[in-house]
Design a protein around this ligand. Sequence first.
Ligand code: ATP
Length: 240
Amino acid sequence: MENILEIKDLHFQYGEIVALHGISLSIGEGEIVTLLGGNGAGKTTTLTAISGLYKGITAGEIYFMGEKINGTAPHKIAGMGIAHCFEGRRIFSQLSVKENLMMGAYLRSAKSKEVADDLEYVFDLFPRLKEREKQAGGTLSGGEQQMLALGRALMQKPKLLMLDEPSLGLAPIIVEGIFAAIKKINESGLPILLVEQNVNAALEVANRGYVLETGSIVGSDTAENLLKDDLIRKSYMGME
Ligand code: ATP
């Protein structure tokens, strides 16, 4: 089985600051893979390196569906099928819910019927967005904005979805709904790379996980084993 994403010995620097010291990871077809680690471990850096948003790769390779993508322009990477949901959502606050969603389809040369079908899929997944179709994005609640960010990424019709801290700042009940949606999205076959501080929630939905510490991968296992791991429970779930 070919991996959807394969990162080999990736080094990344912001100027003089080394953020990734040679990390390797892979995502197989249909998998949810989570990247765990404390503040400043390099999780967001890994996602931005993949989507090409920051230039800082000094060594190593990133392959997407067998094709090397490091050095490729970010809009081309997005066009190839990698959707990146940013930390803090970054929706267009003045645009309506529907306009925000349509921005996701902007790079596609899809027929309007396909786009309309995808919009329906997003509205089925998040009926709340349908109800608020004409409302300005900036007036939505945090949870609704997260749904919108997810929906906009899905309108790209991606082949890989990358999520950066989808639970950030949301109440537990809302987080539950977001994770249920993530699971449902994945059940349609879409592989997901998930960065999440809520380690428990991430491991509940993920197939596998990698543990990142100060720019190096210090462990990787099935989500089931990571959930039972004493060190993970102590370091990232605050359990003794
Ligand atoms: P968090 O959950 O706190 O966002 P993270 O694991 O996502 O943490 P990164 O944001 O990837 O961590 O940061 C990794 C390292 O790179 C940190 O030491 C950080 O200070 C540094 N860094 C991140 N962004 C920049 C930047 N734009 N310029 C310089 N250094 C940066």
